[in-house]
Design a protein around this ligand. Structure first.
Ligand code: PRT
Ligand code: ZN
Length: 283
């Protein structure tokens, strides 16, 4: 049986619980218990602080985990990144006071940088050949420049709103991150098989995200033009209607292209277009 570690509460918790649920694995959400037995899959769920997840997996307390790539890189422990999960997107960036005369990484030389990610920062500064003073602080990094504790910060940015509120400007996007499935490297055969099953389910869920199932009625004369407009996994499905000379055409379309494709399809004579949600794509 696999033991998975997920964040107990915080930004990643809800998406972890819903990804597991979409994969047929029911976890008790918002549970205050440290550990719970999942329904629908041979799995135990361990609820931890995100900072502790890489270590729990490296030590074998959990077999697998879901955590931000930022935490995986910062802890630099012996865990495998199995697959990115498409949520929790952010970046770790250097930010300086809005009106600082920042000219490039060299500006940081000899200056003080506040961060909760000293390992990733040190690695980047070394790559840049810059020597700076790293001040490790646990929280509220963004207020450090205003209170005179630092000249710059190295912190997580998502919308950038927090930086603006604190009079800071993002100047270097150093480390892009998203939530990732990690595994201990020494899984036995049984658990590796269970992990493969889990990955298969996750992949089919991620593949279907942002996709719509579209059906329409189309006259025979427009079929060729419709096929040329539509991207499809193999080719669109075409079914004859009982009405002579008309077909029902089915296709999966990415949300990004949906409205443009619909406009083109209407132009060539498609009617009664239905757009449906898609839950899984099993390839
Ligand atoms: O209690 P625990 O230790 O588990 O939680 P935590 O408080 O350490 O982590 P949490 O829940 O804040 O974040 C968990 C993970 O979510 C992080 O490790 C990242 O991988 C990811 N993530 C994605 C983020 C953000 N987006 C994010 N915006 N983590 C933090 N932030 C912070 C950011 O530092 C800023 O202060 O949110 C604030 C708002 O960001 P803006 O740019 O949108 O204003
Ligand atoms: Zn944390």
């Amino acid at each position: 049986m696999l033991k998975i570690a997920i964040q107990a509460k915080g930004r990643l918790n809800e998406e972890c619980v819903s990804l597991l649920a979409d994969a047929g694995i029911k976890a008790s959400s918002g549970s205050r218990r440290l550990i719970s037995q999942a329904k629908g899959f041979p799995m135990e769920i361990l609820y931890l602080r995100d900072d502790d997840i890489p270590q729990a997996v490296a030590m074998g307390v959990a077999d697998i985990g879901i955590v931000g790539q930022n935490e995986v890189a910062e802890k630099s422990l012996d865990v495998e990144e199995v697959m990115p999960l498409g949520f929790g997107a952010c970046r770790i960036s250097i930010a300086v006071p809005r009106d600082a005369d920042y000219t490039g990484p060299g500006w940081l030389a000899g200056r003080r940088i506040a961060t909760s990610y000293p390992v990733i920062l040190r690695r980047w500064l070394d790559e840049q050949g810059v020597e700076a003073e790293i001040h490790e602080i646990a929280g509220s990094v963004e207020i450090a420049p205003a209170v005179g504790m630092a000249d710059a910060i190295f912190d997580i940015v998502s919308s950038g709103g927090t930086l603006i509120q604190n009079g800071l400007r993002e100047v270097e996007k150093v480390f892009p991150s998203e939530a990732v499935l990690i595994s201990r490297p020494d899984l036995d055969e049984e658990r590796r098989g269970e992990l493969d099953t889990l990955c298969f389910r996750f992949k089919s869920i991620l593949d279907s995200r942002g996709m719509k199932y579209v059906l329409m009625n189309i006259p025979e004369s427009a079929v060729e033009a419709a096929v040329a407009i539509l991207p499809a996994m193999k080719s669109p499905t075409l079914l004859p209607l009982t009405l002579e000379g008309w077909y029902s055409l089915h296709v999966v379309i990415s949300e990004d292209h949906l409205w443009e494709k619909i406009r083109q399809l209407k132009e060539i004579g498609a009617e009664d277009i239905l757009v449906l949600a898609l839950e899984n794509i099993i390839r």
